[in-house]
Ligand binder design. Structure first.
Ligand code: COA
Length: 389
């Protein structure tokens, strides 16, 4: 009887799907965190409409909702607030690094570096269990504001202000920035901003965080990568770019001509348009309202009025609407956030969503690894260096 030849089993290669530029419309993950209906302009966190959360929820409640899948009861909320308060101070070594950072550094770069460095101090180290990742998320959420405000003060020759454990998350942020007891109107506006920016489907930075988490790397690696993705003007950098556009326009009666020229020269108008929302971004409604009232309160409503002119002028050309960054720009400006700290403020809000997605991704444990379509020539050969042109 002859012995059968060993059979080599080759796993079938899955058929390659058609190339989709920018992954537009491709569903890469399943999530229970946020849902977006771009046609009808609906956003939910854990099934709760963003309009309901905008009116009623505080940022800490939304953080809990995203991380634990339910709104916290009083005891659970108090527990989270106490842990955030305990975690808000940053290690002395990070403060020393901030002291040695150039005064003209980009705050987003400072934040990204500090987040990477915090990984070296985190007591949960490489542990990627849900419990350890939530503890790390609590530390990062608590500490981002401390890092940013400390750096901002140091670059202006001022000493950092220690967080006040009696103040809530948002009040602390403003208190550490200025040293003054924060005005409740600005606290409310900034808290709302953070609620609105806490999560948003498979945006570029969240996708980045999930790709890193899919390799089973730690939360700090995922967040550092997400910060890199958020930094660009087509994503989180758009609010700062919008504010700089407003400075460039300068006056309300110059907005129309600016937009005309932008369309003629194919210059993109920052804060306008969205990959998913085609009829308007639901978050813009709230940001617009607060932006206008804070502008009036400050006696500087001009910047808000320029935005409104730009919004109307754009509609003469195309059905493009303001996205979240459009009215965020003036709202953060009126609150007193330095313009180059707009994107870090976005990050300090989105940390809630990034962490929740990382926990969800670990649970799925699938490596995210798409394919590329090679469109170069395959008829090439190695040419010895002396024979090259
Ligand atoms: N200003 C001028 N034209 C714009 C525009 C803007 N802000 N946003 C989109 N368009 C144009 C595009 O150039 C495109 O024109 P075309 O059909 O002649 O090529 C058309 O509108 C459709 O664009 P769309 O397919 O909806 O854009 P997208 O999905 O590829 O890109 C953004 C979405 C967000 C990247 C894009 O709108 C943009 O760059 N906006 C400005 C940056 C910004 O605010 N980013 C923050 C997003 S939350």
């Amino acid at each position: 009887m002859s012995i059968a030849e060993p059979v080599t089993v080759v796993a079938p290669i899955k058929p390659v799907s058609t190339f989709v530029k920018g992954l537009d419309g491709v569903v890469a993950v399943q999530t229970t965190l946020s849902s977006i209906d771009g046609q009808r302009g609906i956003l939910t966190y854990r099934g709760i409409d963003i309009h309901e959360l905008a009116e009623k929820a505080r940022y800490e409640e939304v953080v809990y909702l995203l991380w634990y899948g339910k709104l916290p009861n009083r005891q659970e909320l108090a527990g989270l607030e106490a842990r955030l308060a305990a975690n808000r101070p940053i290690p002395d070594q990070i403060i020393t690094t901030l002291r040695n950072t150039p005064d003209n550094a980009i705050p987003m770069v400072v934040l990204r570096n500090a987040v990477s460095a915090l990984a070296m101090f985190d007591p949960d180290g490489e542990d990627i269990s849900p419990e350890a990742t939530r503890r790390k998320a609590e530390r990062l959420t608590a500490q981002m504001g401390t890092i940013l405000t400390a750096y901002h003060r140091l670059r202006h020759g001022l000493e950092p202000i220690d967080p006040d454990p009696r103040l809530d998350h948002t009040s602390n942020l403003l208190y550490m920035l200025t040293g003054d007891q924060p005005d409740p109107a600005y606290v409310r506006a900034l808290d709302l901003y953070q609620v609105l920016l806490a999560d948003h489907g498979m945006n570029a930075s969240t996708f980045t965080a999930r790709v890193v988490a899919s390799t089973q790397a730690d939360l700090h690696s995922a967040v550092a990568a997400a910060l890199g993705a958020l930094k660009g003007p087509l994503h989180g950098g758009a609010a700062e770019a919008t504010m700089r556009t407003l400075f460039e326009i300068g006056e309300v009666d110059k907005a129309d001509a600016f937009v005309d020229n932008a369309f003629k020269t194919k210059r993109k108008i920052m804060g306008i348009g969205h990959r998913i929302y085609k009829t308007g971004d639901p978050r813009a409604v709230h940001l617009q309202k607060y932006s206008q009232s804070l502008g009036e309160r400050r006696g500087e409503v001009k910047w808000f009025q320029i935005l409104k002119e730009v919004e109307q002028a754009v509609l003469k050309y195309r059905q493009l609407y303001p996205n979240v960054d459009f009215f965020s720009s003036t709202m953060l400006y009126y609150i007193g956030i330095p313009v180059d700290m707009f994107t870090p403020m976005f990050a300090a809000s989105r940390i809630a969503g990034w962490s929740a997605h990382v926990i969800e991704q670990y649970d799925d444990s699938v490596l995210i690894r798409p394919q590329s379509e090679f469109i170069g020539s395959t008829e090439q050969h190695y040419v010895p260096i002396d024979e090259r042109e």
